[in-house]
Design a protein around this ligand. Sequence first.
Ligand SMILES: *Cc1c(COP(=O)(O)O)cnc(C)c1O
Length: 506
Amino acid sequence: LDKPDNTHDLHNRTASMNMRGEEFRILGRETVDRIAAFLDRMPTGPVTPGEKPNQVRALLSNNSLPDQGTPAGQLLEEATRLLFEHSLFNGHPRFWGYITSSPAPIGMLGDLLAASVNSNVAAWGLAPLASEIEAQTVRWIAELIHYPAACGGLLVSGGNMANFVGFLAARKAKTPWDVRSRGPIGPDGQRLRAYVSAETHTWIQKAGDLFGLGTDAIRWIPTDSALRMDVSRLRVAVTEDRKAGDVPFVVVGNAGTVSTGAIDPLREIAAVCREHDLWFHIDGAYGGFAAALPGGSPDLQAISEADSVAVDPHKWLYIPLEAGCVLVRDREILRSTFSYHPAYYHILEGEEHDSPINYFEYGPQNSRGFRALKVWLALRQAGREGYIKMMSDDIRLAQELHRLVSAHAELEAFTHNLSICTFRYVPAGVTSGTEQGEAYLNKLNTELLERLQLSGKAYLSNAVIGGKFLLRASIVNFRTSLEDVEALPEIIVKLGREVHANGCEA
Ligand SMILES: *Cc1c(COP(=O)(O)O)cnc(C)c1O
């Protein structure tokens, strides 16, 4: 066969994307040097430059997709400058917003390393070592929170996805008809029902919607004064739904609610689930790792009784985004929730305990990145004791903040659970409790928070409890010191006085 004469450029092909070792070394060192300088300087600068959307958008040229390429060195220099000058830094010691942690530096390097081999952790054969590292990581996470280590589980993108997997495993395990083929409505029109506390994160609505049950399938159980699920109301709701011919299948308990860190009565919920043959899923995205702490609450210890648990290494394990993890007590149920055997996968498969694991059969994703590496590295770097110390220190700092705001005449403290503390600014002369006073305080604290978030001095988010708009500090941050926490009351009060004086009127 004659070779066509237009193939000469395919000899020793040069592709614009390729980079030889020498170039990679130079650009890599430059980039790492810039990151290292950033890590040193970031803690003493602002948490955020506080720019408006149009200011940020204007930083990026408005041009359409470039036709021609640009040298990598120039791009990396530009990208590092843009990111380090115009981002919100959740690694800053005074970042206490939402539940986003400081990223562990070893995780940053781990992601770089993972990308360099680019293992596709869909199947063992594609990613032999990465699959084993993921399995070990999942087992260590189970051990850390005292969950049965023989469980199934895998890493996913975050808490939402981890909770979805638990929800789907529950649906598979507890639906009396074949839900995977027939869908969520039973042969006689029965509807599935899920039970959650009123404080549950919005993942549950997305799950009800995405998986076809509809959000009406969610039974919102009221909470007590400590924002914990009222289990007597749970019993009533389950019994009533059964009577009506519906199919209760899962109860979700919170190991640390997203808003205030409240821990549901998990032991009692476990008992209800046993009694009524329901799946017990725990959303521990925020607080699940606190089960590692010695002398922790007995309810956190009840995590070991759950059928499935969602935890979020990118929260209290300080892993750079993204890393969520779900554990399912019975690994065969997890597999039967997701497994198909398509003809285009001819893979090693085994039944024995030590057989290779093909993760595409255990979760919603097909191709999967090597998320486990950064988690595995961090778990080894800190060890169980390192994590216990860091989490305990976060909790002690939140406790200290709660003490400081309680003692301040112009601040009103509300909750303290785990590492979350809520409070609000109440200026002298404003009476809380009256309708007018409360409306004013909500408006005042909302504006205060907006200004604080733009100020760069510290970063909080909010909670709403009983109609009261509160400031919320969630300390999931190994860079925070006592000095940072001690500085906060004055920052808040100074801003509060300004807002109060500058016409935030009732
Ligand atoms: C953060 C959080 C979630 C969602 O997790 P993501 O990682 O943001 O997807 C769910 N539940 C609780 C309790 C959380 O704190």
